[in-house]
Design a protein. Structure first.
Length: 230
């Protein structure tokens, strides 16, 4: 159950939300139904307020409890929550919520929250923070690695920010998952390398990216990153 909150936060938590934050019912009882529109609206409004007020553990418990109910991962406005997390000065709250998802009994995909968070950070030119989110997604214990769209957004975003090293790190993970970059993404990576005066490496990498087998990209990027000098 959420801790008692000082007004106005305390008044925003109706009885139904207290109910979903309690322990799961015993198996003999009927399974709970999905959240109603009003409950979704209340949770959506309350999560950012909890985070802004410093009640990060309570926000994590509320999100975890909501995700126990069917359909919540698709119905909660997680992109709006991601935008709020990206507006905070540090990523501590974001990683707290992502960690809550990692330990959630239903093992929900973190991508509905992490992918828009990554996009928001890149749009704010916070390349280092975006790289931290991508590394979190690629951890061995991550519930779900990035999909093709998330990888493409990360690679393109790092290229746009003139961060070829970050782009290569994202490209390496993408290739390790057997995903090939689009022609537009290949061009963006090549141009980012050329702008960094890495001419030979740029052409070698573009050639590797054109191959149907992605293992060559992994091998070449590993070599480039190991030899990278700022």
């Amino acid at each position: 159950m959420l801790p008692r909150l000082a007004p106005p936060l305390g008044g925003a938590l109706p009885r139904v939300l207290r109910g979903i934050c309690t322990a799961a019912p015993p198996p003999s009882k009927p399974q709970p139904g999905p959240l109603s529109p009003s409950e979704l609206g209340t949770i959506s409004a309350l999560l950012p307020r909890l985070l802004s007020a410093g009640h990060v553990p309570a926000a994590g418990r509320l999100l975890s409890a909501a995700l126990l109910l069917p359909g919540s991962i698709q119905r909660l406005p997680l992109p709006d929550l991601a935008a709020h997390l990206a507006s905070l000065p540090t990523l501590s709250a974001a990683f707290a919520l992502l960690t809550a998802l990692r330990h959630h009994p239903a093992r929900p995909s973190p991508l509905p929250l992490a992918s828009p968070l990554l996009d928001s950070l890149l749009s704010q030119r916070r390349a280092r923070d975006a790289a931290s989110v991508l590394r979190w997604l690629c951890r061995p214990d991550s519930p779900r690695r990035p999909d093709a769209a998330t990888y493409a957004a990360a690679v393109a975003g790092f290229c746009r920010l003139e961060d070829p090293r970050g782009a290569l790190a994202a490209l390496r993970e993408m290739a390790a998952d057997g995903l090939q970059p689009s022609p537009e993404l290949r061009e963006a990576v090549r141009d980012a390398m050329l702008q960094d005066a890495r001419i030979e490496e740029a052409w070698a990498l573009e050639e590797a990216m054109r191959l149907p087998e992605t293992s060559k990209v992994v091998e070449l990027v590993d070599k480039l990153l190991s030899e990278w000098e700022p």
